[in-house]
Design a protein around this ligand. Sequence first.
Ligand SMILES: Cc1cc2nc3c(=O)[nH]c(=O)nc-3n(C[C@H](O)[C@H](O)[C@H](O)COP(=O)(O)OP(=O)(O)OC[C@H]3O[C@@H](n4cnc5c(N)ncnc54)[C@H](O)[C@@H]3O)c2cc1C
Length: 441
Amino acid sequence: MEKITVFWFRRDLRLKDNAGLYHALKHSHYPVLPLFIFDNNIIDKLENRSDPRVGFIHGSLDKISSVLRKSGNDILIRQGQPLEIWKNLIGEYDIQSVYTNRDYEPYALKRDLQISDWLKTKGIPFHSYKDHVIFDKDEVMKNDGTPYTVFTPYSKKWLGKLESRKSEWKGESIPYYLKSYPSWEYSHRFLKTTPFKNPTLQDIGFLSNNIPIPSPFVKQGIIKEYDKTRDFPAIDGTSKLGIHFRFGIISIREKALKSYYLNKTYLNELIWRDFYSMILFQFPHVEKHPFRKKYEFIQWLNDVEDFQKWCTGQTGYPMVDAGMRELNTTGHMHNRVRMVTASFLSKHLLIDWRWGEAYFASKLLDFDLASNNGGWQWAAGCGTDAAPYFRIFNPESQQKKFDKDFHYIRRWVPEYGTKDYPQPMVDHKSARERCLKTYKE
Ligand SMILES: Cc1cc2nc3c(=O)[nH]c(=O)nc-3n(C[C@H](O)[C@H](O)[C@H](O)COP(=O)(O)OP(=O)(O)OC[C@H]3O[C@@H](n4cnc5c(N)ncnc54)[C@H](O)[C@@H]3O)c2cc1C
């Protein structure tokens, strides 16, 4: 058997500027076999058998495969329990080393530890690299070595670190941490193979879905004008790159570099992304519990009918309803409206933020545990850097400020203003008082 190295793709589905892939191709001594595993521990939990995210992953792997096939290589795709897959693979190939990019979610950390420990018993080293974020979980810390829990000082330190080192790239001086990993330049080092018989989407138990996926190509104007347009949901003023960052279709370094020169407000959003990834790693209890533990004891009402009205966009608050209908139809919701809907559920309806978090997780194309959890805990007032609990979004004032001509609302709630539109399910003033009383207790 030929000796090989395996590069294990996960949330980094691209061949260019891929840190772990670059190291595998450049530094390992053997031809590199690319691998992807549809992990049953993850996909078995998805209720929707037409979940567009599975189709999206499958389609992205297809693209990688067709590029590789052109030069006599391919990506091997398997489905099952990752450890079982690895046990089978070492019977099929003489694997000398495994390379991958780090994934910081609690389940992924556990899985990777189990697999790297097992590979070690077989004498196979497991190399993992930073690729998903600009700064890793422990690269931006307070002076005393503890993690930040407030965003603003974190972002200042983050920017300071970014600017502390320069590098030459394509003849230009750029921040060292944003330099590209030219993985594709070493593509001659992929393992030569006949095309694999990889599973179809149906083989792995899913159907295709025709929900449109936002383009990975953003008009430059959007990033340039981002600080002026990003808060208005009726405008096409945000990048909609969430899903592409989530699955690593595009390189975070490449976009951070662009925004570093074009628009610092956009860069700031990418810092939020690093921040929440760091928080999830450093404080893994946030996955299931409030960051601030005293908020564990809020007496939620958890009314199932109220929750249904929220999910289906029938609350009688048009900004909330427009957001939920946008989410249900497109798998996307504008950030401003995510804040309004999340606040409304946890504060006006006193429904446990974890219910809303799970609903978003099932629907958002760009669902990412760290950012979704961070966003929900922020809105519910129990997270890091949260708005104090007594600051409660008024959905009507939010509409007046950010959709004053009702363009966004009319797009998603055409019956707004007619007798077919429901009355508000709760009165803002009394819901606010109820929330304050409950949170205080
Ligand atoms: C309740 C709630 C839930 C959220 N759930 C998610 C989620 O599951 N996945 C997710 O990626 N973002 C989440 N966000 C953050 C933000 O709403 C989305 O990243 C953004 O709306 C995605 O649209 P876009 O790609 O057009 O973003 P843009 O405005 O164009 O921003 C560019 C990128 O920056 C990152 N980003 C922007 N804002 C944030 C933020 N506040 N926190 C972390 N990263 C950010 C994202 O990767 C985004 O794609 C959530 C926010 C809230 C309030």
